[in-house]
Design a protein. Structure first.
Lengths: 755, 138
């Protein structure tokens, strides 16, 4: 059977138009190809931080299909290979269906009442004997905002400890530190809408093609339509992202700061600096004090292309070329992820990328932004915005600020003295304290630290010895092995709530089906635990997810991340909205710190006079260009450990594979872990493709298959970290950034030999 | 073929198994040429029993290099959206000649009623691996 091309195009174009505007222009021409009688529900993907819109196809109370949401501006109907299989994850054989308590080393099924009574009794005993700081909570950038909100209130507001962290500490904390120190407020100034307006992309430490595939697709399409669009990559490893690259700079892992300084030097020397913008909106600082533009230029003098080449291993010509490309482009968008964040100088690395934008004025205009990509679907919404870290309170507030504590205590209805002024223990310190016995009880929600912590095996001791509660949708995991109690958590599509993605967009997700087995919504598990612990008066008021969301958005009112114009009623109808959104008739904010941002617009005229941007998180409204020293990694290579080990991701798997490991197609696509080694290094060591090798660092050894491939540069090896069986994190280093406390997963020294 | 055998000479049994795979694929392909309808629910297909610890694309780079080349040059190949997305994992699900439902999961804007067109599924117009139009009246 055949059809004329013209005819087909006519039909499909009409159908596209119809679905895009939600009106059937050609009655009868559109018909669902899926089984009849499906109810489609608008939702959000469960995987990465891009926030793709997904439609859940439900029939007779079961999720039977998913498809991309064609009306969602983020993905325009497209899905990556992970989101494509979400319906299979819902019904995975590894779903945890009942609460269980470990007795004599074996898990035994118990009732919810027994499980929560047991945990409440144990937590209260610990609290009574050792004080509130002997308890801790470790959450997730995958939890909904409502879930993190309730956890925050229980631990910081009721129990009275700031030992509350989330796994975004391990992936996004340096980006937070970068934004706060450079621009004054957390999260990007622009949105994804800049992608189609950018002339140049600077991708630093980001394998966008595999870690954020739908954004990569948007970049790829944009470049295909506009061949003059240029893409520069700075990354120690060749990745699938390279297929769109015009220029790739390969620094030695951890030695890229000098490149960014050298680029800044060239931009200024060759006249690409926007002197007017700098005068209006930029200050200069070194690590100790404010400096002048002239002093900053003097600081940069040490970073000649040749000097930067010596430090980084990148040819000087490439550094010059990259700087000129950045300078010549009218608009530029930088994107980065873990390659910058997971470093002992992750905050500095973030600062130096933003420097390039501030120096050239390529910020605050369409197509230009210094744009951090997020790894988890609600790291921004739930943890960064919701205050799910040990120093934060909801809506970008700080525990150390007495006014912030008072505001939050009032809304929570708890005595303000309950909220301690001193930050709690950050993630690494928290697990260290478990090892030492200073923390005696921990509640872990929706994350798998026994596998995902750096230098993981070091922290198994504390998990083994202390009282561990794990609320999870999947069982077993590396972490449930150490649990005393496991609580089955409702999964995506089984609960409602909000996710906030990379571009400041908050999106509503409906409950479509009943949870599997006896699984329950995490927020209500925590609420009921709180009630059993004796905090009934603080928690009994929460009857629905909407109750929690309404209370949360009331705390955002008047802040830089105002969400008070985004109640459920509105979010259910739209494809999310980008804050600040101060009223229900506000359209959301495309660009912060400039015209159109309601906070900027409301500033007194004298403050804005002659300025296109006002960085209202800084006292004088000026962003900061930082003169940071070019520090290298914590554990550089040496004669004993001559290779730099980096870890990362593959397209088909996600984090510790509790989800993607349940999808046969994704397991088939990448069945086993491997270590990538450059052919030159392999030859020297007599290693052939598919040989079993031992990778060893100062922390551990791992037997794994060798993949001899020219992706890593000579001197660098790479392991995708997803598999429990081939656990890369027994090798990684737990040294962390002194500012952000984010560990240096991306670089450590290793050696390799044939097994 | 010789490359395949050479590479796996240590595991002669495995190589023989792969030889069988190639033959099966050729036979399957031949059978499917005559099919006009590709409603995957109506066709019980079985992927040959192979070493499933090897990824689809790794094995098929050797056994069906032309198809892999076509796929690599397509939009799917550029995104590394692999064989499994249309054909299943090969063990629990396998569709030698997939239907259109999977296409629509990522391309919902093309959800048309085929009874109103001359096409019966996406593949009537799109070559499954290059994704280019391969059948037109013009």
């Amino acid at each position: 059977m055949s059809i004329s091309r013209r005819e087909f195009l006519k039909v499909s174009a009409a159908a596209t138009a119809a679905s895009t505007i939600g009106v059937s222009l050609l009655p009868g021409m559109q018909k669902e190809l899926f089984a009849d009688g499906l109810n489609w529900h608008k939702s959000v993907c469960r995987f990465c931080g891009v926030g793709c819109g997904i439609m859940i196809g439900e029939k007779n109370g079961k999720v039977v299909a998913v498809k991309g949401d064609a009306q969602n501006t983020i993905n325009n109907g497209h899905l990556c290979v992970k989101g494509f299989y979400l319906q299979k994850v819902v019904y995975a054989k590894t779903r945890l269906l009942h609460p269980m308590i470990k007795k004599n080393g074996k898990f035994e099924r118990v009732s919810w009442d027994d499980a929560l009574s047991f945990v409440a009794k144990k937590f209260n005993a610990i609290r009574k004997q050792y004080g509130p700081d002997a308890l801790a909570f470790y959450g997730s950038g995958q939890a909904e905002t409502e879930e993190t909100y309730i956890a925050n209130k229980l631990f910081k507001g009721a129990i009275g400890t700031n030992n509350l962290e989330g796994n975004p500490r391990l992936c996004m904390a340096s980006a937070v530190g970068g934004y706060l120190t450079s621009l004054g407020k957390d999260e990007p100034a622009g949105t994804y809408a800049d992608i189609e307006k950018a002339e140049l992309f600077l991708l630093v430490g980001s394998n966008t093609a595999e870690a954020h595939p739908i954004l990569f697709e948007r970049i790829m399409r944009h470049k295909a339509k506009n061949p003059d669009v240029k893409i520069i990559i700075i990354d120690p490893r060749k990745t699938p992202t390279d297929q769109v690259a015009d220029l790739h700079l390969f620094p030695k892992p951890g030695w890229d700061l000098a490149i960014l300084h050298a680029m800044a030097r060239i931009l200024i020397k060759e006249g690409y600096a926007d002197e007017k913008f700098i005068k209006q909106s930029v200050n200069f600082h070194d690590n100790k004090k404010k400096i002048t533009f002239e002093e900053y230029k003097k600081f940069l003098e040490q970073f000649t292309p040749e000097a930067a080449a010596k430090i980084s291993g990148v040819e000087p010509e490439k550094i010059i070329k990259a700087a000129r490309m950045f300078g010549k482009a009218k608009t530029a968008m930088s994107m980065w992820t873990m390659g910058l964040n997971q470093r002992t100088r992750g905050v500095w690395a973030n600062n130096l990328v933003t420097n390039l934008h501030l120096l050239t004025g390529k910020i605050g205009v369409p197509g230009s932004d210094s744009f951090s990509l997020t790894g988890q679907p609600n790291a921004c919404g739930g943890v960064r915005e919701g205050g799910g870290l040990c120093h934060l309170l909801p809506a970008h507030r700080l525990v150390k600020n007495p006014k912030h504590r008072a505001e939050v205590a009032k809304v929570w209805g708890v005595p303000v003295k309950n909220i301690q002024p001193k930050p709690g223990k950050h993630t690494i310190a928290m697990f260290e304290a478990l090892n030492k016995g200073e923390i005696k009880g921990i509640y872990i929600m929706c994350t798998n630290p026994a596998q995902s912590l750096p230098n993981a095996s070091k922290y198994w001791k504390g998990l083994k010895e202390q009282f561990v509660v794990v609320a999870e949708s999947f069982f077993p995991t590396a972490t449930t092995e150490y649990a005393d109690v496991v609580l089955p958590a409702a999964f995506w599509s089984e609960k409602e709530g909000v996710y906030g993605c990379t571009e400041r967009r908050s999106q509503y997700m409906p409950q479509v089906i009943k949870p599997q087995g006896e699984a329950r919504w995490d927020a209500f598990i925590l609420r009921d635990l709180a009630i059993k612990m004796g905090f009934k008066k603080y928690f009994e008021k929460y009857k629905t997810a909407e109750d929690i969301w309404n209370e949360y958005i009331s705390l955002t009112k008047g802040t830089d991340m105002d969400l008070s114009g985004a109640p459920y009623e509105r979010l259910k109808k739209i494809r999310g909205i980008t804050w600040p959104v101060p009223s229900v008739d506000h359209p959301g904010t495309y660009k912060r710190y400039t015209k159109g941002d309601p906070i900027f617009d409301a500033l007194p005229a004298e403050k804005k006079k002659g300025r296109r941007m006002y960085f209202y998180g800084k006292p004088d409204g000026k962003a900061i260009v930082w003169a940071r020293p070019p520090k290298g990694p914590e554990e550089p290579t040496d004669a004993q450990y001559p290779l730099a080990l980096s870890t990362g991701r593959v397209l088909e798997h996600w984090h510790t594979m509790t989800m993607t490991g349940t999808v046969p197609e994704l397991v088939r696509a990448v069945p086993i872990a491997y270590v990538e080694i450059n052919p030159k290094d392999a030859k020297k060591m007599g290693i052939e493709n598919k040989d079993q090798v031992i990778v060893e660092t100062r922390r551990g050894k791992l037997q794994i298959e060798a993949r001899v491939i020219d992706r890593p540069e000579p001197g660098t090896i790479f392991i995708p970290w997803h598999w429990e069986k081939w656990m890369a994190n027994i090798l990684t280093i737990d040294a962390f950034d002194p500012g952000s406390k984010e560990p240096e997963y991306k670089v450590c020294a290793a050696r390799i030999k044939k097994a | 073929m010789s490359l395949l055998l050479r590479k796996h000479k240590k595991q002669k049994g495995k190589a023989m198994k792969r030889l069988f795979v190639i033959l099966m694929i050729l036979v399957t392909a031949g059978l499917l040429v005559g099919l006009t309808s590709s409603d995957e629910g109506n066709v019980k297909e079985k992927h040959p029993d192979v070493d499933f610890s090897v990824s689809c694309v790794e094995c098929h780079t050797e056994v069906t290099p032309d198809i892999v080349k076509e796929w690599k040059g397509s939009a799917h190949g550029k995104m590394n959206f692999g064989c499994y997305m249309c054909h299943g994992d090969g063990q629990q699900e396998f569709y030698a000649h997939p239907g259109s439902q999977r296409c629509i999961s990522c391309h919902p804007q093309y959800e048309v009623d085929f009874s109103k067109t001359k096409a019966s599924n996406c593949y009537d117009c799109h070559q499954g691996h290059t994704l280019k139009f391969h059948k037109t009246d013009e």
